[in-house]
Structures are given as structure tokens and as C-alpha cells.
Design a protein around this ligand. Structure first.
Ligand code: ZN
Length: 508
């Protein structure tokens, strides 16, 4: 009798690779939270070794022969051995092959160079930003851009080298799709922004920059994370210069925030935002750990989870019906005389500003478009790295009508380029669009969702996201999954409708 093939040996190997990657992720988390500044060089070497080891193991003869039992390694065509497998296992093979196909194109020595350069560049960037010194970061950024261009050559592309980079964050999405999508969005957002700026209504956002005890802010942030269903037995909240989420397993998902005495929204909304990312990671199927079925689909879908909680929930009137009285109790001196309506207007205040992560829901997308266009020019070779600061300022003026008076608040503000994350920014706006689509659908599927939210009951929404998105890992592609849930393909309409009706109510 012929022996039945099993996926188990392949899955065991994939898990081993994940163990290496997760050890590297823990080192990166530590670099951002606790690592002494003096060990930067050593950490870069450690990370480069681990990532190279993970890469080499993934493209090794072992995985190659295991995968070749199921799939044509050159074309990705399933072999007849797959016929008896259930859909989710076929998806596991499909996605593993996609990763394998891309990884095999990158030489091991290149992976080492890229990883080392990025870890170092990130540390140089941190200092350059603090010292407002773009020139100090320029040589590192030049090397990174050169490495990313080299990467596009290895990965290959049809239309634009940018597609090769975008694909690593948002599979199947191309420049040709993003351009018209962003053009529509930009036109409608700029018109809406014009109306808002002409409105006589100006919310008083200064109530948010009174003195708020930072320990109390953190306590309140944790309370909201608890209400969202973020499991502190399988996660933790730490402080870092830039809030982020990282995961080593669904049982160890860590988020960070930052807290400023005179900036109430910063800690609050970063907790909601990272909490949304964290729920996605905690909601993955632990039994599928190490395989694509235990991984998140794409950055756009990841960001849809964070923006849904941060904006659709956290910037809604319903949410604050329950949570504002609690916040008033924590900060009676600052907030007793502030009405719910005034607070709601303040946290939704739309105004052109310099910093992306602190931007309102509307102008945020203009920040993203500016970065997308600059990256595209750079990767397609029409501009040079040294031109970035002036181009940045030009575009800020064009998009938002303001110009930063220093590079720290301009071209140096984001960590992404130091990490080699070119092609990442568009996923933020995709996340906003997906978030609106998903929240619209959740509001139809969950009975009385606004009323639940208004009584602080957030778990029905968490469960809906667990069931519709998180549990599947990468079983379905992003657009396919969203289409299954909402019966529509990616569209800006739900986002524009949501934003327009909210702003109409706020700005009359
Ligand atoms: Zn995010």
C-alpha cells in the first residue's frame, strides 16, 4: 500500500524557522524598550545572524524537498498529492510556496547586509531625529535605498520596481491600483478639508493639552485595553519612543505606548491603536503557529484592525458616552466642566499638522499620499536621497498648506525608511479603507452595536473580528476575505461616507 503523505514534517520545519524569527523579534522588541544605547553594534550583528539563519533554513534542501512533494516549485501549481487535502491545508502550501519563491530570490549575503544596515540605520536615525540633523542620517539612508533597489532586482517586477517592495507588505497590490485609488481619495478629502476649514465651528482642542498625570493616563489606557478584550495574561504594555506591536506567539503579544503629561490623545489613542493590532495577533489560531495559517494576512489588514479600534470605535460618540464619565472621574479638575460634546469635538478636531501619527482621521491620508509619491520617485530613480528634505517640504505645502521649520518634524519623523520599509506607507491608507468597510459590516451583523459600545461592552465586536478575520490567518488573500465578509472589493466609499457624515455633524 502506498504511504500517505503527511504535512507534519514540513510544519515542524516551518515552526523551527519561526522560533528563530521570534527570537529575533524579541531582540528587536528589547532594542526599542530596554536595550542600553551602547550595545547597538552588537545587537545589529545578533539580529543579522538570526535573520540570515532563518532565511537560510527556509530555502534549505530540507524545505525544498518537503515542499516539492506537494507543489511545483517553479510555477506554484499544486501536485496531485494535494487533492486529498482540505482547503486550509492547500492554502498553507500555497502561502508557504509564495514565501519560499520570494525568499529563494534573495542571496543569503544580501539578507545579512540588509539586516545589519537596517538595525544600525535605525539607531543613527533615532539620534539624527533628536538632533534634527538629516545630514547625519544621509549616508545610512543612501545605503538603505541602494540595498532596496538591489532587492527589487532580485525580486523582479513588471511595471515598477516599487511593486516588488509593496508586494512584501501587501501581496497582489500594485502602483497601478494605488494611483487611481489615491487620486479619488485625495480629491474628495481635499474638498472636505476645504469645507471644514471654512466652517465657523472650531472645536477647542486645548482641553486635551492640560496637565494630565501620566501614571493615571496609563491606568486608563490599560482599562480600555481590558474592555477591548486584550488579554494581559498573553501580552504586556510597555513604553517606547514609537508605539508598536510585536508578537512571538499568540500567547505572547506585546504592545507599547508613549505618554506625555500635556498630550492626552497620544497615550489614549496609541493604546486603542496598538490594542487593535494586538487583538489580531492574539486572535490567531495558536495550533497553526509557525505556518502561514497562524500569520496575519497583510499590513493593510493589520492596520484595518488598529484603525477600526482607534477611529471607528475610539473616536465615536457612543464609545465616550460610557468612557468619558470614567475619564472625568480620573481627571476631575481638568474635565468636570467639559461636556461630552466638547470632548468629542476636540478628539475629532481636523487641522493640517506636521506629524503623521498625530494627524486627524482626514489629513492622515494626505500624509500617507505624500510619502507614497516621494518613495515612488526615489525607487523609480527620478530623485536622489539628498533631495528628500526639500521635496518633503514642497509636498507638505502643496497637500496641507504648511511647511515644517525643521527636518525632525519633517522628513526625519518616521522610522520606516531607516528600517528599509519602503512600500509600507500605502498600507496605512488601505487600512483606513478596510477598517471602514469592516466596521460598516460589523454594524449590520452585530445587533445593537452602537448601544453595546455606548455601555462599554466591546467584546461582541472583538468576537466578530476573531471569527471573521483573525482565526483564518492567511487562508484567504486580503481582498478575497474582505469580499467574503462585505460582498464588496476594496473601495474608498464606506470610508468617505463615514468621514463625511461625521464631519458634517461636527462642523455643521
Ligand atoms: Zn498601526
Amino acid at each position: 500500500m502506498p504511504q500517505t503523505l503527511s504535512l507534519d514534517p514540513l510544519i515542524a520545519k516551518l515552526r523551527e524557522i519561526h522560533h528563530i524569527r521570534d527570537a529575533a523579534a524579541l531582540l528587536s522588541w528589547d532594542q526599542e524598550t530596554h536595550m542600553p544605547a551602547g550595545s547597538g553594534q552588537a545587537r545589529a550583528e545578533q539580529l543579522a545572524t538570526l535573520q540570515t539563519l532563518a532565511h537560510d533554513t527556509f530555502v534549505s534542501a530540507d524545505i525544498t524537498s518537503l515542499l516539492a512533494q506537494w507543489i511545483d516549485l517553479d510555477t506554484g501549481t499544486p501536485l496531485s498529492s494535494q487533492k486529498s487535502l482540505p482547503h486550509h491545508q492547500q492554502a498553507l502550501l500555497r502561502e508557504t510556496w509564495q514565501d519560499f519563491r520570494k525568499a529563494r530570490k534573495l542571496p543569503s549575503a544580501f539578507v545579512t547586509r540588509l539586516e545589519r544596515e537596517c538595525s544600525l540605520a535605525q539607531q543613527v536615525w533615532t539620534q539624527a531625529r533628536q538632533q534634527n540633523n538629516f545630514k547625519a542620517f544621509l549616508p545610512n539612508l543612501r545605503s538603505i535605498v541602494a540595498l532596496k533597489l538591489e532587492e527589487t532586482q532580485y525580486l523582479g517586477y513588471t511595471d515598477s520596481p516599487y511593486d516588488a517592495l509593496l508586494d512584501t507588505y501587501e501581496p497582489d497590490v500594485t502602483v497601478a491600483q494605488i494611483r487611481p485609488l489615491f487620486a479619488t481619495l485625495r480629491e474628495r478629502l481635499v474638498a472636505l478639508l476645504g469645507d471644514i476649514l471654512n466652517s465657523p465651528t472650531i472645536p477647542d482642542a486645548s482641553i486635551l493639552s492640560q496637565s494630565f498625570d501620566t501614571t493615571k493616563q496609563l491606568t486608563f489606557g490599560k482599562m480600555i485595553l481590558d474592555a477591548m478584550g486584550y488579554d494581559f495574561d498573553r501580552g504586556r504594555l510597555d513604553l517606547s519612543a514609537h508605539p508598536f506591536t510585536t508578537s512571538f506567539h499568540p500567547t505572547d503579544v506585546r504592545i507599547t505606548t508613549r505618554v506625555f503629561e500635556r498630550d492626552l490623545p497620544s497615550c489614549l489613542f496609541s493604546c486603542l491603536h496598538e490594542g487593535g493590532h494586538g487583538l489580531y495577533e492574539q486572535g490567531l489560531n495558536a495550533e497553526q503557529y509557525g505556518t502561514p495559517l497562524g500569520e496575519t494576512i497583510s499590513l493593510g489588514i493589520h492596520e484595518s484592525q488598529s484603525r477600526l479600534w482607534e477611529n471607528c470605535v475610539g473616536r465615536s460618540k457612543a464609545f465616550w458616552k460610557h468612557f468619558f464619565p470614567i475619564l472625568q472621574n480620573i481627571f476631575p479638575e481638568q474635565l468636570t466642566s467639559v461636556s461630552l460634546d466638547a470632548f468629542y469635538a476636540a478628539i475629532n478636531h481636523v487641522t493640517p499638522s506636521l506629524i503623521r501619527v498625530e494627524a486627524d482621521e482626514l489629513t492622515y491620508n494626505l500624509h500617507v499620499m505624500l510619502r507614497f509619491e516621494i518613495e515612488l520617485e526615489l525607487i523609480e530613480g527620478r530623485i536622489q536621497v539628498k533631495e528628500l528634505p526639500s521635496l518633503w517640504n514642497e509636498k507638505m505645502n502643496e497637500y496641507l498648506g504648511i511647511i515644517p521649520d525643521n527636518d525632525a518634524d519633517g522628513v526625519l519623523q518616521d522610522v520606516h525608511w531607516s528600517l528599509g520599509a519602503f512600500g509600507y506607507f500605502p498600507t496605512y491608507t488601505l487600512g483606513n479603507l478596510y477598517a471602514a468597510m469592516l466596521f460598516e459590516q460589523a454594524s449590520k451583523d452585530i445587533q445593537d452595536l452602537p448601544r453595546s459600545i455606548a455601555t462599554g461592552q466591546l467584546l461582541s465586536l472583538k468576537t466578530w473580528l476573531n471569527q471573521n478575520i483573525h482565526q483564518y490567518g492567511r487562508q484567504f488573500p486580503a481582498d478575497g476575505l474582505v469580499h467574503t465578509i462585505t460582498k464588496t472589493h476594496l473601495t474608498p466609499e464606506p470610508f468617505l461616507n463615514y468621514l463625511t457624515s461625521k464631519m458634517k455633524a461636527l462642523y455643521a
